[in-house]
Design a protein around this ligand. Structure first.
Ligand code: OKP
Ligand code: ZN
Length: 343
């Protein structure tokens, strides 16, 4: 299987994440991709290729232009205010306020475009997000052209990024951008299966009213898990999208037996919907030792996940999302890929 990777992903090296009332060193760190890349090479998964540069057009097919402009300029605008730390949102247009007038000041713009305070913006963030979406686009292009599976070693992740919001360590929604690219190149229906521990609120939002993308997500129940305000089972799509959004909220402590029952239901739905391409939002934070998650999957379970995905016999693109047990992230992510290839 080909892997797409670029050093541009390491341009984001944030120093601060607001975590339980203190600023900590971010869980979503550049070492994550270095270790996955090392594992890809150690197991001999296949060639590692540089992505092509696709520019902003495929980004603007799923994201708002004002949002993209904000991300491109945020760091400079922040520095222009004389700030010394990293850019972190701290005020939002909450329920009783107005969100139809976008503020001019960078603090107001941050609140308009942020969905959470865990994700600071620092020098290089926009460049890393650009590299990450180019990796996703290159991976899906390869799968479309050859029918062969591919692995996009994306960083930063993407599934929390909505049409005009960043947060949960995500800026551009790599999976949504890749899926839209496939549709624009003639694929009739794409399945996005999100196995990251956290609900893919951004991907859900982007495709909620559409029937050309079937979105399915297995995740920690939002009653107790980030992102808290989306991801319930009754969110099934709207309008022509009704039935094309499937959430499997699962309780903390869920292990592979219960998790894989939800997985098998998702796979049956992908089969029934006649999808021509599978994009896997491959977070490996369902791992039992993940520091910020609560499921109990083992490293071997990730191999079995890969096997079950292969049984769909669909052209498949894997895109890295979360996974914060850094020591084991390479083993867990690549186990999915070797399990897929062995099947
Ligand atoms: C991103 B992805 C406490 C944690 C806050 C929420 C989790 C973001 C997960 N500072 N961050 O889905 O792996
Ligand atoms: Zn996650």
């Amino acid at each position: 299987m080909l892997t797409f990777y670029s050093d541009g992903t390491r341009r984001r090296r944030a120093r601060s994440e607001l975590d339980g009332g203190v600023l900590v060193s971010p869980y979503e760190c550049p070492e994550r991709v270095e270790l996955v890349l090392e594992r890809v090479r150690d197991v001999g998964l296949g060639e590692v290729r540089e992505p092509e540069a696709f520019g902003l057009e495929p980004v603007l097919a799923v994201h708002d232009r004002g949002y993209v402009d904000f991300l491109a300029r945020c760091w400079d605008d922040w520095l222009a205010e004389g700030r010394t730390g990293e850019a972190i949102a701290w005020i939002w247009p909450t329920r009783t306020m107005r969100d139809d007038v976008i503020p001019e000041h960078i603090d107001g713009r941050l609140g308009h475009y942020a969905l959470s305070a865990d994700t600071s913006i620092c020098e290089g963030t926009f460049e890393a997000a650009m590299a990450s979406k180019d990796i996703a686009l290159s991976a899906v292009r390869h799968t479309l052209a050859s029918g062969a599976p591919s692995f996009g070693l994306c960083r930063p992740p993407g599934h929390h990024a909505a049409r005009d919001q960043f947060g949960g360590y995500c800026f551009f929604n790599n999976a949504a951008i890749a899926a839209q690219q496939a549709l624009d190149r003639g694929v009739a229906r794409v399945a996005i299966l999100d196995v990251d521990f956290h609900h893919g609120n951004g991907t859900q939002e982007i495709f909620f009213e559409r029937d050309d993308v079937l979105f399915l997500s297995l995740h920690g129940d939002p009653r107790t898990c980030f992102p808290y305000f989306l991801g319930h089972a009754d969110e099934t799509g709207r309008g022509r999208g009704e039935g094309f959004n499937v959430n499997y909220p699962l309780p903390p402590g869920t292990a592979f037996d219960a998790w894989s029952r939800a997985l098998d239901d998702a796979l049956a739905r992908i089969r029934a919907a006649g999808c021509e391409l599978l994009v896997v939002s491959l977070g490996v934070d369902a791992f039992e030792h993940d520091p910020i998650s609560a499921f109990k999957l083992t490293s071997d379970d990730f191999t079995e996940l890969g096997r079950r995905l292969a049984a769909l016999r669909l052209p498949t693109t894997f895109l890295l999302e979360g996974g914060y047990a850094v020591e084991e992230i390479g083993i867990n992510a690549v186990n999915v890929l070797t399990g897929f290839e062995a099947a």
